[in-house]
Design a protein around this ligand. Structure first.
Ligand SMILES: N[C@@H](CCC(=O)N[C@@H](CS)C(=O)NCC(=O)O)C(=O)O
Length: 326
């Protein structure tokens, strides 16, 4: 069950001077019923997320779509991270009374990571899955987590939950997810956090080449795999939702806005109008985080007023365009 991750993708940007390289995950024990795996169990785990974070938001959307809300509890961190304490930048539970997570009884995410491993030297990232019985991080494998919710947690899905990772499409979903990760989800980070003009331009080109391709793909089907909403749609969504509000200016991916792509924009509105997507897409947290924490040039801490969020509710027509016949 552990081997979902494909490693076939050749990352064209990683050998360029100044390229942004993402850290490896540290806590990768899979969920499953085998010895040494994390047993799925109602009420045992807590998902820590930031509504700003695309990787964490993806888990929240899948959790809602599958009806796992009562089974997996959630702690939410402040989109603005406090200044470094003891040399570490952190996520904080300032949205909770007294700034303390009511279940884990901690103020900062680092408290949980360091309780788990006092020698932990990585960054304190969301999403993080905490075993409530021990108060320790058991998994922060953001790439694979949704696959576990969709498969190993099946017994806990609500009646009628969609199959987001159907057996006959798994190979294709994994392959497309790899592309989406490298060129879109992480592509925008590679553009925005690059430290050389060359690395930025290479990442920028890859992002828009892939968005053009996706726009074309979405002219022939309602979702990435036709009529069926899948894990891939959720992965693409989290970047599209942040594109005009954050990445376009904070990460300098400004060839086009999302609203300039006819199919991608209608598709994004179609997804937004599904409650699980809308309820877990907090534009205020997204804007605050990216503009205040990720844009080093924003020295006066100004959060852009736009874009006009009412556009998300306008009709998209994709239900009629791709209406099933017969
Ligand atoms: N765990 C992955 C992805 C998750 C991730 O990057 N999460 C971001 C928020 S979107 C985070 O928590 N960053 C905290 C930090 O970099 O200190 C990683 O370390 O690259």
């Amino acid at each position: 069950m552990a081997a979902f991750q494909s490693v076939t993708f050749q990352d064209e940007t990683k050998n360029i001077a100044g390229a942004f390289i993402r850290q490896q995950n540290h806590f990768v024990t899979p969920f499953g019923t085998e010895e040494g795996e994390l047993p799925p169990e109602a009420g045992r785990y807590r998902l820590i997320w930031s509504a700003a974070c695309p990787w964490a938001t993806r888990q929240m959307i899948v959790r809602s779509l599958l009806g796992l809300e009562k089974v997996i509890s959630v702690g939410t961190v402040d989109p603005v991270r406090p200044q470094p304490r003891d040399g570490r930048t952190d996520w904080a539970f300032t949205l909770d009374p007294d700034g303390v997570d009511p279940i884990l009884k901690v103020k900062y995410l680092s408290d949980v990571y360091l309780k788990t491993d006092p020698d932990y030297k990585g960054r304190f990232t969301v999403p993080a899955i905490i075993d409530i019985t021990t108060g320790k991080v058991v998994n922060n494998d953001y790439f694979n987590l949704s696959y576990y919710w969709e498969t190993v947690w099946k017994d806990f899905h609500k009646p009628g939950a969609p199959d987001l990772f159907p057996g006959h499409l798994r190979k294709d979903i994994i392959a497309l997810n790899d592309l989406i990760f490298h060129e879109v989800n992480n592509g925008v980070y590679k553009a925005g956090l690059s430290r050389s003009q060359g690395a930025y331009e290479k990442a920028y080109a890859l992002v828009f080449k892939r968005l053009d391709w996706l726009d074309g793909r979405l002219s022939t089907g309602r979702y990435l795999f036709g009529d069926t909403l899948t894990d891939s749609d959720i992965r693409l969504w989290v970047t599209l939702a942040r594109f005009d509000a954050a990445y376009y200016n904070a990460f300098r991916v400004n060839r086009n806005r999302l609203t300039d792509f006819p199919n991608l924009w209608a598709y994004a509105r179609d997804l937004y109008q599904i409650p699980a997507f809308q309820e877990n897409t907090w534009f205020d947290h997204i804007k605050t985080h990216y503009h205040l924490c990720c844009d080093a040039g924003n020295i006066f801490g100004i959060i852009p007023k736009g874009p006009d969020l009412s556009l998300w509710d306008t009709s998209h027509g994709r239900d009629k365009l791709f209406a099933k016949t017969g």
